[in-house]
Design a binder for this molecule. Structure first.
Ligand code: GRF
Length: 216
C-alpha cells in the first residue's frame, strides 16, 4: 500500500518533527514526510529536514499581505507535494477557519497537556500552579478553536516533587516524541474515525495499568 504523505508545519526547534522523521525512517512505517514548512527561516527544524533529505520551505507570514494569502501559500505547497495529512509540530501561528476547513479531519496537532485541561500557552506553569499530580500531552484533530478537537491519543506523566517548568516540560516532551508517531501511524493505517465528535480507533488494544501518583 502507498505510504501516506504527511506535511509538517513548524516554527522552531522541531524535536517532534525529528520524532516523526525517525518513525518514518523505520522500514514498514505507513507514512513518509513529503514536505516540511516553517514560517520562520531560522527554525532549527529546517535543518533536521535537510539532514534527512526531506523537502522543506520557508513560508513567512511577513511576506504576505494578509493571513488568507499566507495560508493559501501553505495550502498550495502541501497540495503540490501530494500531502494527505498536515501535522502541526510547534507551529506558533493560529490557523484560520478557512485553512482548518480545507484540511478538515486531515490536520492534527500535539499539545503538551492532557486536554481539555490547560489549553493555550504556558501549559506547564499552569499545570504546576494547579498542583496536578499527573500531566501529559495530547494529539488531536484540529478545529477552529485553539487546542480543541477530537482527541486521538494521550500520554500521562507524573509531576514530581521539585519539578519546575523545565523539568516538567522535558518529561512531557519525551512522551510527545512517542505519542506523535503513534498518532501518525494510526492515521496512516486509516484506523481513525470521528463519530459524534469523538475519535474511534479500529482495533485498539487495551491500555496498560493506571499511572497512580504518588505511587500506591
Ligand atoms: C511541543 O511541546 C508541542 O507540544 C508544542 O510545541 C512544542 C514544540 O516543540 N505544540 P518542538 O518544536 O517539536 O521541539
Amino acid at each position: 500500500m502507498a505510504r501516506l504523505k504527511a506535511g509538517v508545519l513548524i516554527s522552531g526547534r522541531g524535536s517532534n518533527l525529528q520524532a516523526l522523521i525517525d518513525a518514518c525512517a523505520v522500514p514498514g512505517f505507513p507514512a513518509e514526510i513529503a514536505l516540511v514548512i516553517a514560517n520562520k527561516a531560522d527554525a532549527y527544524g529546517l535543518q533536521r529536514a535537510q539532514q534527512a533529505n526531506i523537502p522543506s520551505a520557508v513560508i513567512s507570514h511577513r511576506d504576505y499581505p494578509d493571513k488568507q494569502r499566507f495560508e493559501q501559500a501553505i495550502d498550495a505547497a502541501f497540495r503540490d507535494a501530494g500531502v494527505g495529512l498536515v501535522c502541526l509540530a510547534g507551529f506558533m501561528r493560529l490557523l484560520s477557519p478557512w485553512f482548518v476547513d480545507r484540511w478538515y479531519d486531515r490536520l492534527i496537532n500535539i499539545h503538551p497537556s492532557l486536554l481539555p485541561a490547560f489549553k493555550g500557552l504556558d501549559t506547564h506553569a499552569r499545570a504546576l500552579a494547579a498542583g496536578v499530580r499527573i500531566a501529559g500531552c495530547t494529539v488531536h484533530l484540529v478545529r477552529s478553536a485553539v487546542d480543541e478537537g477530537p482527541i486521538i491519543a494521550q500520554a500521562a506523566v507524573p509531576v514530581l516533587p521539585g519539578d519546575d517548568e523545565t523539568a516538567l516540560a522535558a518529561r512531557i516532551l519525551e512522551s510527545e516524541h512517542r505519542l506523535y508517531p503513534l498518532a501518525l501511524r494510526l492515521f496512516a493505517e486509516d484506523r481513525l474515525q470521528v463519530v459524534e465528535g469523538r475519535v474511534e480507533i479500529r482495533g485498539m488494544i487495551a491500555a496498560g495499568p493506571a499511572l497512580i501518583n504518588p505511587p500506591a
